[in-house]
Design a protein around this ligand. Structure first.
Ligand SMILES: Cc1ncc(COP(=O)(O)O)c(C=O)c1O
Length: 344
C-alpha cells in the first residue's frame, strides 16, 4: 500500500533514490570498519570542498548525538549554554545536553526562534563569580525550529559577540540545507565565513537514510573528539554506508535540489493556507516549515485525515513540514482535506 504524504515531519519522508543507489553501490566487498575506508576519505574531501580545507569533520548517527557531543567537547560542567527557548537541544533531546555536558542551559524566549546579541548580552552576568555558571557556548539553529532562517549578518553578529566574550558559537544545522537554499548561499558562506565554531550538519531530514556530521572550524577544539565520539556511542562501525551517502548528497547539488524543492512546496502550501480565513500563519515561511493557528475544535479531525504535530497546545498552533518528495498534488490534497474539515 502506498502511504499518503505526511506533513508532520521531514523525517517521515523516504530515502532519496540517489542515496539508496549510493548505499547499494557501496555494498560490495570488505572494507576496514570505523571510518578507515576509501568512502570515508572521499566523503571528508567532499565536506572540505563545501566548507573549506581547514575543517575537522566526524560522522555521526543522530542529530541529538551531534549536538550533545559537539557541545560536550568545548564545555566543563560549570559552564552554561545560551540558546533559544524553542531550541531542539532545549525541548526535544530529553535533557541529553544537560546530562552529557553537565551544563546549565540558559534559554531566551523568542518570537521567531532566533536569538540576538541584545538578548544574549542581558545574560552575561557573574562572569568569574564562583556562584554562577559561566557562559561558554551560544547555540543557534539554522534553519530554526520555527521555520525561520538567520541571515548571514545575524550569524556574524552573534559569532563576533561570542568570540569577544570567550565563547564558542555552535550551530544546530539539522536543516542547514534548507537555510542555505533559502538564502541562495553555499554552506561555507553561512558557517566557515561567519565565525561558526562547531556545526551539527544534518543529512537525514533532506533525503539521506541516516547520517549527520559534526564539523569543527577550529582544529584546536576538536583535538579529543575521536575519543568523545566513541565514549558517546556515536562511532558507527560500518561507516562506509554513511560516507557513501554523504558523497552522493554533497555531489551534483543533490542537497540543494532537495532543499530547494522542500522550501518551494512550503511556499505553495503557505499561499493556499493564507486563503483560508479560519487559519492564521504565525511565522514567516523561510524554509520548509509552516506554523499556523487552527481553531482547536478542528485539530483532532484534521489529524485523523493526516497526522501532524501540535506545536503549542494553548494557542492551537500546529506545525506542517514539507520535504524533498512532497509534490504539488500532495499539497493540493492536503489543503483540500483541511478545507473539507473546516466546512463542517
Ligand atoms: C533542529 C533539530 N536539531 C536536531 C535534530 C536531530 O534529531 P535526531 O536526534 O532525532 O536525529 C532535529 C530533529 O528533529 C531537529 O529538528
Amino acid at each position: 500500500m502506498l502511504a499518503k504524504k505526511s506533513f508532520a515531519s521531514d523525517n517521515n519522508a523516504p530515502v532519496h533514490p540517489r542515496i539508496l543507489k549510493a548505499i547499494r553501490n557501496a555494498n560490495q566487498g570488505d572494507y576496514i570498519a570505523y571510518g578507515d575506508d576509501p568512502y570515508t576519505e572521499k566523503a571528508v574531501e567532499k565536506f572540505k570542498e563545501h566548507f573549506g580545507k581547514n575543517i575537522d569533520v566526524y560522522f555521526m548517527l543522530t542529530g541529538t548525538g551531534a549536538n550533545v557531543l559537539g557541545l560536550k567537547t568545548v564545555t566543563d560542567s560549570f559552564n552554561s549554554i545560551i540558546t533559544a527557548e524553542t531550541a531542539h537541544i532545549n525541548i526535544d533531546e530529553c535533557g541529553a545536553p544537560e546530562k552529557f555536558t553537565g551544563c546549565k542551559l540558559i534559554t531566551i524566549p523568542t518570537a521567531n526562534g532566533k536569538i540576538t546579541v541584545a538578548e544574549i548580552k542581558k545574560l552575561m552576568h557573574g562572569i568569574g563569580d564562583a556562584h554562577h555558571s559561566q557562559p561558554r557556548v551560544v547555540s543557534i539553529t539554522q534553519s530554526t525550529e520555527m521555520g525561520t532562517v538567520y541571515k548571514k549578518k545575524e550569524i556574524e553578529e552573534v559569532a563576533n559577540f561570542a568570540h569577544k566574550n570567550s565563547m564558542i558559537l555552535h550551530m544546530d544545522g539539522a536543516r542547514i540545507a534548507n537555510a542555505a537554499a533559502s538564502l541562495s548561499m553555499g554552506f561555507k558562506k553561512l558557517t566557515t565565513d561567519t565565525g561558526v565554531d562547531i556545526l551539527s550538519f544534518g543529512g537525514t531530514k533532506n533525503g539521506m537514510m541516516l547520517g549527520e556530521a559534526v564539523i569543527f572550524f577550529n582544529k584546536e577544539i576538536s583535538e579529543n573528539f575521536k575519543f568523545i565520539r566513541k565514549q558517546g556511542a556515536q562511532l558507527f562501525s560500518k561507516m562506509r554506508y554513511i560516507s557513501a551517502q554523504f558523497i552522493e548528497y554533497l555531489s551534483n547539488d543533490l542537497w540543494l535540489e532537495n532543499a530547494t524543492h522542500a522550501n518551494e512546496m512550503a511556499k505553495i502550501l503557505e499561499k493556499e493556507i493564507r486563503k483560508i480565513d479560519k487559519i492564521k500563519i504565525t511565522q514567516p515561511v523561510e524554509a520548509n516549515g509552516i506554523f499556523a493557528i487552527v481553531p482547536k475544535k478542528y485539530i483532532p479531525s484534521l489529524q485523523k485525515k493526516s497526522f501532524f504535530y501540535i506545536w503549542n497546545e494553548e494557542k492551537g498552533e500546529v506545525r506542517w513540514m514539507t520535504s524533498f518528495n512532497t509534490t504539488r498534488a500532495d499539497v493540493h490534497d492536503f489543503v483540500e482535506s483541511i478545507k473539507e474539515v473546516l466546512r463542517k
